[in-house]
Design a protein around this ligand. Structure first.
Ligand SMILES: Cc1cc2nc3c(=O)[nH]c(=O)nc-3n(C[C@H](O)[C@H](O)[C@H](O)COP(=O)(O)OP(=O)(O)OC[C@H]3O[C@@H](n4cnc5c(N)ncnc54)[C@H](O)[C@@H]3O)c2cc1C
Length: 135
């Protein structure tokens, strides 16, 4: 392989919009929730947000209501916030922990890895959370 362009840094940051909706306007995808890629959830959340918004729009249409109305978009917004906020904060905490070089941070991540390795139920809970598996 050969390099075609200049190398440039790509900032891996998380962004979380203050609001996911405004007057007849809804944010989805990274525009709503831009996850740090370490937990590999950005695209998943994009799909989830689109599905949640589509379901709210479908419900409004079925009832013969205005699908761009504030309360329709607000229900999408609340549901998507509920589905994403904890993972967003957790991901940023993880990034903070794994990029710090202090002895305490090193000890904390070593302990966490050991806990995951030697406590299968804890490992399973984390994996189920990440993959949205039941049970
Ligand atoms: C290194 C890395 C690894 C990742 N790994 C995973 C993973 O394993 N699993 C996972 O679920 N997610 C992952 N993600 C996240 C995933 O890639 C994003 O969440 C997803 O691509 C976001 O899709 P989007 O359509 O919302 O935004 P984008 O893909 O950013 O699309 C936005 C588009 O809008 C265009 N655009 C911007 N401004 C304008 C404008 N003014 N006018 C017209 N067009 C415009 C842009 O050019 C772009 O094409 C990763 C991200 C990165 C950076």
């Amino acid at each position: 392989m050969t390099l075609d362009t200049e190398l440039f840094p790509y900032p891996l940051v998380g962004t979380y919009a203050d609001r996911f909706h405004a007057n007849r306007y809804a944010l989805i995808g990274d525009a709503a929730v831009g996850m740090h890629p370490v937990t590999a959830h950005g695209w998943n959340f994009g799909l989830r947000g689109a599905a949640t918004l589509a379901a709210e729009i479908q419900t409004a249409c079925d009832l013969g209501l205005d699908f761009g109305a504030r309360d329709v978009l607000s229900r999408y917004s609340d549901a998507h916030r509920q589905a994403t906020w904890a993972m967003y904060v957790g991901t940023n905490t993880l990034v903070g922990l794994y990029t710090k070089t202090t002895p305490l941070a090193k000890l904390a991540r070593k302990s966490l890895l050991m806990l995951g390795q030697h406590l299968p139920p804890a490992k399973r809970i984390i994996m189920n959370q990440l993959t949205e598996a039941r049970g």
